[in-house]
Design a protein around this ligand. Structure first.
Ligand code: AMP
Length: 219
């Protein structure tokens, strides 16, 4: 399956993507994770992306689209992928369509994770992520680790993302509304969008998502 996951920052895209990708046996491709890996490796691409990320703005399409295409061209993605954080504007969605069309492929579904705005801010402000694996996500109140600052899954150090400060979150939300939300209408016109609530327990949301994907596949 080829799936796009959309939703505001803090909707739980990364958490859900990790579970869904495992259930569906397809790679989880997160452009945010790819940028962060480039930053920690000190690559040119990372240097180009950093200032935009710290400001909560989108990294320019010239940089992002090429990086996403390279990742989707890897052998593990031939039978499908779950995109998390890409596309993030209509230009990127068009580039993805073009890329798929030229390979005679198409998307199967766009899963839209819905969550109220005040919940998003609360979720992000308390979010802590493992340095070893960005799929290991905790929350100081909602999902605290057993030992403060230490990942339950692997013992890695937990940290707060630089762009998870309240001020940057407000910018990221605005960017989401103005630039990313329009892709939902773009994909709705193609009949691809399935919307689910991202509220509640992580496992419940995964179940809801699997059901929605199954019925979109059958439909
Ligand atoms: P995320 O981990 O998906 O929340 O992404 C973190 C940051 O990486 C975003 O706020 C952007 O600055 C940048 N980023 C990730 N994906 C994209 C994308 N598809 N287009 C532009 N910028 C992106």
């Amino acid at each position: 399956m080829r799936i796009v996951l959309v939703g505001p920052p803090g909707a739980g895209k990364g958490t859900q993507a990790a579970y869904l990708a495992k259930n569906l046996s397809i790679p989880h491709i997160s452009t945010g994770d790819l940028f962060r890996a480039n930053i920690s490796q000190g690559t040119d691409l990372g240097k180009q992306a950093r200032a935009y990320m710290d400001a909560g703005q989108l990294v320019p399409d010239e940089v992002t689209i090429g990086m996403a295409k390279d990742r989707m061209a890897q052998p593990d993605a031939v039978n499908g992928f779950l995109l998390d954080g890409f596309p993030r504007n209509v230009g990127q969605a068009e580039a993805l369509d073009e890329m798929l069309r030229s390979a005679s492929l198409k998307l199967d579904a766009v899963l839209d994770l819905e969550v109220p705005e005040d919940e998003v801010v609360k979720r992000i402000a308390g979010r802590r992520i493992c340095r070893n694996d960005s799929a290991h996500v905790f929350h100081v109140t909602y999902n605290p680790p057993e030992t403060e600052g230490v990942c339950d899954a692997c013992g890695g150090e937990l940290y707060q993302r630089d762009d998870d400060s309240e001020e940057t979150v407000r910018t990221r939300l605005e960017v989401y509304h103005t630039q990313t939300e329009p892709i939902i209408d773009y994909y709705r016109a193609q009949g691809l969008v399935v919307t689910i609530s991202a509220l509640g327990k992580v496992t419940d949301v995964t179940e809801r998502a699997m059901e929605a994907l199954k019925s979109s596949d059958e439909g």
